[in-house]
Design a protein around this ligand. Structure first.
Ligand code: LMR
Length: 350
């Protein structure tokens, strides 16, 4: 049989100079192919909070574990504090594949069309982290993450932050104290309704803009877990903080589905293991982080921290209770009932 490469071989044998060039070229091509094969896969993980927060530290922990477990095949670049994208942009960037991983607050999935996530925003629905974990670590949590698939997103797990408290420049003891006040909220219709239930005027605003809005008086107050309040220095521009703990704020860690499914199976498995570790770590340390930051806020002397009495907290609970029923048609009655069942929450007791 005739050798198809014969003319080429003959040509090279007869031209030593060309032969040398050919060999060098071949070596360069092999070298760059090998180098390409060794280039790590880069995961850009963008988020909006400070590094020193439950989410910020969780992201760094995941980055470290991912690099270790994939033996350097994956490099996770963490972009904190909205340095890459702000709230709304980050969701779009994930869907477009401009960023691979995010951990938006559960209150930010409504604009994506997954309104069911707003069940987490219902006031007083979780008594504590234990209640919450029954949902996030059980079948309801899985069902919610599965809903993201239709949006080109894979949900990898839930990360805790904590329970929100209300702050303003005037004292807050009763719901009436916030009547007519402009309060910044995340982009959740449930939170909008919650603020209206106490007569306040909710204003949706990106997290990165809150400090300045509080400082300049564009809004009068806000709600957030202490870790977010402290690390954004909101306590320096809010004279009063009341530990209402009226609602929960936490995260879903999400990835671009096409990117995730396109990873080599072994690498994906290693990343799933890294995520499992990071989730356990983040959820173990979230409360400690919030407690530590509450101490720091108290020590700063910049804001008066008020612990409401049982009756005072109950007044907020009563005022906000109708939000559960009002939001049934938006969130889905079934999902709300599922969550009640998991946590033992009895709306009749409100
Ligand atoms: C907020 O916008 O207040 C929070 O969702 C920020 C965050 O990611 O914790």
């Amino acid at each position: 049989m005739e050798d198809a490469n014969l003319p080429m071989r003959q040509y090279l044998e007869e031209n030593p100079m060309k032969r040398r060039l050919f060999t060098v070229g071949l070596a360069a091509a092999v070298f760059s192919l090998t180098a390409m094969a060794q280039q790590p896969i880069v995961i850009k993980f963008s988020h909006v909070v400070a590094r020193d927060t439950p989410k910020g530290l969780g992201a760094e922990y995941f980055a470290k574990k991912a690099e270790e477990m994939t033996k350097g095949k994956v490099k996770v670049e963490v972009y904190a504090n909205s340095t890459l994208y702000k709230d709304k942009e980050e969701m779009e960037a994930l869907q477009l594949g401009a960023v691979q991983m995010l951990a938006p607050s559960l209150a930010k999935f409504g604009p994506l069309g997954v309104k069911e996530f707003e069940v987490f925003d219902l006031p007083f629905i979780f008594d504590d982290y234990n209640d919450l974990h029954k949902v996030t670590q059980g079948p309801v949590g899985k069902m919610l993450l599965d809903k993201l698939e239709a949006k080109g997103i894979r949900g990898l797990g839930f990360w805790d932050n904590g329970f929100k408290s209300l702050s303003a420049n005037t004292p807050i003891k009763t719901p009436a104290d916030l009547k007519g006040k402009k309060l910044r909220i995340q982009s959740s219709k449930v939170l909008d309704e919650q603020m209206r239930s106490i007569g306040a005027l909710p204003q949706v605003m990106a997290f990165s803009e809150v400090y300045q809005a509080l400082q300049t008086g564009v809004v009068d107050g806000t709600e957030n877990p202490i870790s977010n309040l402290y690390t954004q220095k909101m306590h320096e521009v809010q004279k009063y903080l009341t530990l209402t703990e009226h609602g929960y704020l936490g995260y879903a860690v999400i990835v671009n589905k096409k990117f995730w499914d396109g990873l080599p199976a072994d690498v994906r498995g290693q990343l799933e293991a890294a995520m499992k570790d990071a989730t356990a770590h983040a959820n173990k340390t979230a409360k400690e982080q919030n407690d530590k930051d509450l101490d720091a806020v108290k020590k700063s002397g910049k804001t008066q921290v008020y612990e409401p009495t049982k009756d005072e907290r109950m007044a907020f609970k009563k005022a906000m209770a109708p939000v559960h029923q009002k939001m049934e048609s938006r969130i889905g009655k079934d999902i709300i009932q599922e969550v009640y069942k998991e946590t033992g929450f009895d709306p009749a007791k409100l």
